[in-house]
Design a protein around this ligand. Structure first.
Ligand code: ADP
Ligand code: MG
Length: 568
């Protein structure tokens, strides 16, 4: 630390670039501070730092990090603590970002991240600091106070067992472990999702992921109730959603979409007091929606749409501007190609003509003039032939009662098992419609062409930037991610871009290897070396979070320049 103080003192009043000389590792006694990358000027992205606390300083009992589930929960807690302390000590100490201390703060979902890592060696945290300057002149005294007083307080008060609230840290670890356990049990129970009694599903608002205060707690219908024995919380009960085709029906504003959204995010573990800690779904659950206007690259949508006007090919369908129904068909085929096992569809965001064609429409418009085979005629086949389950929110079309295994009715936010009644209604009022699925549902895996993925912009060989959750800047292009509702943190967006770059550089995208296989190679690397493996610099990045192959691929499918070749 004295060495750093001496170095900084000599820099006072000099040009900002002179800060580069402090790059290196400094011993602060109980921890080490690494200055990994120094920003070029006070307005540039702040400088990257890392601290390492040996286990004797950090002092977290091994039981809090001895398995991956618990470790991720603890790491989430520590990142939150660091972020809270950083906010307290961050203040303007000059021009631009001068004086800022920041860590990649997590949201409601406990994801593996690169910001804080706990292990046998101790605790490591990656964060950024805005090195102080007046104009472009170095403010040494400010820098010394920031780096040798404030940053150490932030570190010591947030990353040591002696300083944090250990029972809280423990709750995070055990909550994560219980959720992972629950999810791992789904398959053997024949379920695709589980929603615990007492869960709070609604959120405060469309832009606030915190639980709605006074939300009505979830209560399972007795006939769908399952009992689970969790390693930490003991016995919990809740609603199990069986494999197959499940319909969620009910009046408008009775909580159907809220339930479906909770299932969509049940692929993640939620932090304590989120309300969704024990809402889990199959890890390969994908929310599907219509996205008119998106681009589509060479998807075989012939199972849903054939004989388009002007003889357009739907076995290798590309467009710059998909319609509601063609986009939804493409989204489903892409999800299947990437390995989706459970599809979630909400009437609020589906194309009606894709979902259903009723008896009267069948009579009025003959099949020869209708390119669409509606989803209702494929949904059972998806389950029978591919084992892919579907959960649908549908308040508007009773035709689906014929194809549902389970029907859940939402009444004032409370689910009821309407399966038996739905069968009776279906028998009493036959729809008279005929199935239009007279062809197999063909899936053609695609291989991305590497030349179509250009990450460069100007002189920069690689530009990957998250624009919040909504978009990814890749080279000269902006990819619209707004339809990917299962992306929950900007750090996942960065990880998506870096995963593409990784696949490209290693030649995994070679024009013949299928998209899914190429991404599996990347994720295999991540499994071995952590998300840090995707970093661009010698020093690992602190702002990446885990994201599924399903999102990495789904985002790529929305890159407008993407070109693919069919592999069969
Ligand atoms: P639907 O899809 O059936 O029309 P939504 O799921 O959109 O209904 O819910 C309608 C409103 O009710 C939303 O504002 C939502 O936040 C709220 N809501 C949903 N579930 C609950 C609940 N359990 N307790 C309180 N409010 C809820
Ligand atoms: Mg709705």
């Amino acid at each position: 630390m004295q060495k750093l103080i001496a170095l900084l003192s000599r820099l006072d009043g000099r040009g900002y670039k002179a800060y580069k000389s402090i790059t290196g590792r400094y011993d602060f006694g109980d921890f080490a501070l690494c200055v990994e990358h120094v920003q070029g000027d006070p307005f540039a992205a702040p400088s990257r730092f890392r601290v390492c606390l040996p286990s004797r300083t950090a002092g977290f009992p091994p039981e809090l990090w001895e398995n991956v589930s618990r470790r991720v929960g603890l790491e989430h807690y520590l990142a939150e603590q660091f972020a809270a302390q950083a906010r307290r000590f961050s203040r303007r100490r000059g021009t631009g970002h001068s004086g800022e201390i920041r860590i990649d703060a997590p949201g409601q979902q406990m994801l593996p991240r690169t910001a804080v890592r706990v292990g046998a060696e101790g605790v490591e945290a990656r964060f950024t600091v805005g090195l102080p300057a007046a104009g472009r002149r170095i403010l040494a005294r400010e820098a010394i106070a920031l780096l040798t007083e404030d940053v150490p307080i932030v570190v010591r008060s947030s990353l040591r067992a002696a300083a944090v609230d250990l029972p809280s840290a423990r709750r995070y670890a055990l909550t994560a472990e219980d959720a992972d356990f629950l999810r791992s049990r789904l398959d053997s129970l024949g379920l695709v999702a589980f929603v615990a009694d007492g869960a709070i599903l609604p959120r405060r608002s469309g832009v606030d992921d915190c639980p709605l205060p006074n939300g009505v707690p979830f209560r399972s219908p007795p006939s769908l109730r399952a009992e689970m024995h969790l390693p930490n919380a003991g016995v919990v009960t809740g609603m199990g959603i069986p494999r197959g085709v499940t319909l969620i029906v009910g009046g408008g504003f009775h909580g159907k979409s809220t339930l479906l959204n909770a299932l969509a995010l049940g692929i993640y573990n939620h932090k304590p007091d989120d309300g969704r800690e024990r809402v889990v779904s199959h890890p390969a659950t994908v929310k599907i929606r219509a996205e008119d206007g998106r681009s589509v690259a060479g998807v075989n949508i012939s199972g849903f749409i054939s004989d388009l006007p002007l003889g357009r090919d739907t076995a290798f369908f590309s467009t710059e501007n998909a319609s509601g129904s063609t986009s939804q068909a493409a989204v489903i085929m892409e999800a299947l190609e990437l390995g989706a096992q459970v599809l979630l569809v909400d009437e609020d965001t589906a194309a009606t003509n894709f979902m259903i064609r009723d008896r009267r429409m069948q009579a009025l418009v003959p099949k020869e003039h209708e390119p669409i085979t509606p989803f209702i005629d494929r949904v059972r086949q998806l389950y029978a032939e591919r084992g892919v389950s579907t959960v649908l929110v549908l308040g508007g079309s009773g035709d689906y009662l014929d194809v549902a295994d389970t029907v859940i009715g939402m009444v004032e936010y409370e689910p009821h098992d309407l399966t038996e009644r739905a069968r009776a209604v279906a028998a009493q009022f036959p729809t008279g419609r005929e199935s239009e699925a007279d062809s197999p549902l063909l899936l053609t895996p695609r291989a991305p062409e590497p030349q179509s993925l250009n990450p460069a912009r100007g002189k920069k060989p690689l530009v990957v930037k998250a624009r919040g959750l909504d978009g990814l800047t890749w080279g000269r292009e902006d990819v619209d991610l707004r339809a990917l509702e299962q992306i929950v943190h900007p750090s996942q967006v960065r990880a998506i871009g870096l995963a593409w770059a990784y696949a490209l550089e290693r030649g995994y995208f070679d024009g013949t290897r299928p998209l899914r296989a190429a991404l599996e190679l990347v994720l295999h690397e991540v499994e071995e070396r952590g998300w840090e493996a995707l970093g661009r610099f010698r020093d690992p990045p602190g702002d990446l979070a885990a994201v599924r192959l399903l999102e990495i691929g789904a985002a790529l499918n929305r890159l407008r320049s993407l070109k693919v070749r069919p592999t069969e």
